[in-house]
Design a protein around this ligand. Sequence first.
Ligand SMILES: Nc1ncnc2c1ncn2[C@@H]1O[C@H](COP(=O)(O)OP(=O)(O)OP(=O)(O)O)[C@@H](O)[C@H]1O
Ligand SMILES: [Mg+2]
Length: 512
Amino acid sequence: MSDGPKYAVEMRGVTKRFGAVTANDHIDIAVAEGSIHAVIGENGAGKSTAMNILYGFYKSDEGEILIDGRTESIETPSDAIKLGLGMVHQHFMLVETLTVTENIILGAEPLSGIAIDFANARKRVRDLSTQYGLHVDPGARVGNLSVGQQQRVEILKTLYRGARIVILDEPTAVLTPQEVSELFAILRSLRDQGKTIIIITHKLAEVLALSDNITVMRDGKVIGNLATRDATAEALARMMVGREVLLRVQKKPADPRSPLLVVQRVCLKNRDGSLALDDISFEVRAGEILAVAGVEGNGQTELIEVLAGLKRPDSGEIILEGRQVAALGPHDHKSLGVAHIPEDRHRRGLLLDFDLAENSILGLHRDPPVSGPFLLNKQFIAERAKRLIKDYDVRPPDAELPARGFSGGNQQKLIIGREFDSKPRLVLAAQPTRGVDIGAIEFIHRKIIELRDEGAAVVMVSAELDEVLSLGDRVIVLYEGRIVGEVDPKAVTEEEIGLMMTGGQKHEGRQD
Ligand SMILES: Nc1ncnc2c1ncn2[C@@H]1O[C@H](COP(=O)(O)OP(=O)(O)OP(=O)(O)O)[C@@H](O)[C@H]1O
Ligand SMILES: [Mg+2]
């Protein structure tokens, strides 16, 4: 045996074309056994495609794949699973109507006699959740879980099958900072026990903190493989984007005018009668960004839904430019100038089987000029789609491609383009930069600040503390559906705000 590193996975000359797009162009990636290997690159660079080929979801047009040094033909995910591969997808592949346990064991059901042994399965799921700190109720229906909890189910699912090589496609995009450090601890201990981890992420700090080696992709090609100890954030950003990137938000102080949105004593009940929003009151003035901090699942989702007209509060008032809007639906909100970037772009933001042009008019299709006297105004729609593609740098620039054919980050750019293009008065931005690359983050932040400076009021929810503190002009903290305080983003420390987010107090007099 040679004494070079042993590779758990080698992709050699792998090429994949989708029509005119070459998503992977003769890529070479070698992943050392027992290492954490990061794959990074801009939106649409071809990262997910490469991993989907490895996992048997797509068939490559050229090239070969070696697992543990042997050439293998991986035609389907079940071939991949047999070879010891597991994958946590960028977008969830769960069945919403089934429970957590049912989803996890789907296709790998333990049998007792000829019946599925649910008791045993539930116990194993519970053991795994405890062991890895991935807390989730095994009996809960997946459709009722938050995005973050669904992610945990996906992770549990691969662990349940005992994968030796675990591929994670942007697993941290949906996790809270606390969950991220828990996940990293899990991944490190998996590696230390000889497992191999491949992780796609846009967060350079995570790459530097977690990985052993890095592959950088751009435009379908591998443009560099390097050891993490030789890398810096600036150098990686430059390699990914091909230019210098601003890694920090630059904005001038807000110049707020009169209150544009007034929320008074809003309560919203969950199905079980508990309060998702508990006596929420705040104002947002024209020309300012109000950022909402909080651990995911503390009412942020519901707050945005109520403000967008998707849910009607059980009590309280919402006043938008002097009008009572709490009882109005989403279409009315849109007509009154409310833009909404939803946190779950697949569930709320896009129709995946419809093309870009069709998606670019969602929510606007009943109003002129999109809708002419009798029919949709085709020419207007086509021109608008073309302009959005250009202004928001959606790649590939193909208005007829179904939304499904765009990479995650480009789907997000499409939604943002559609929502921001109508010159909104109130912008509701939930996780606006989730899953988008560093170049696009810079771009989206600039757009939000532009809208603010043109006099829009912005309510932004983000799980990224950095984003909350750098973009917010004012910051409120939600905990268990209540506003537990407002902080000055320029003065507060991460510790202080972290304590508030987990139910501690900012000031003295705290009693545990
Ligand atoms: N099913 C598909 N049909 C058509 N084109 C596709 C399909 N899947 C991916 N592509 C195209 O292949 C290219 C690479 O996409 P991929 O999803 O691999 O990017 P990515 O690096 O994972 O990006 P992101 O960071 O945004 O998730 C993109 O141009 C994308 O539009
Ligand atoms: Mg991807």
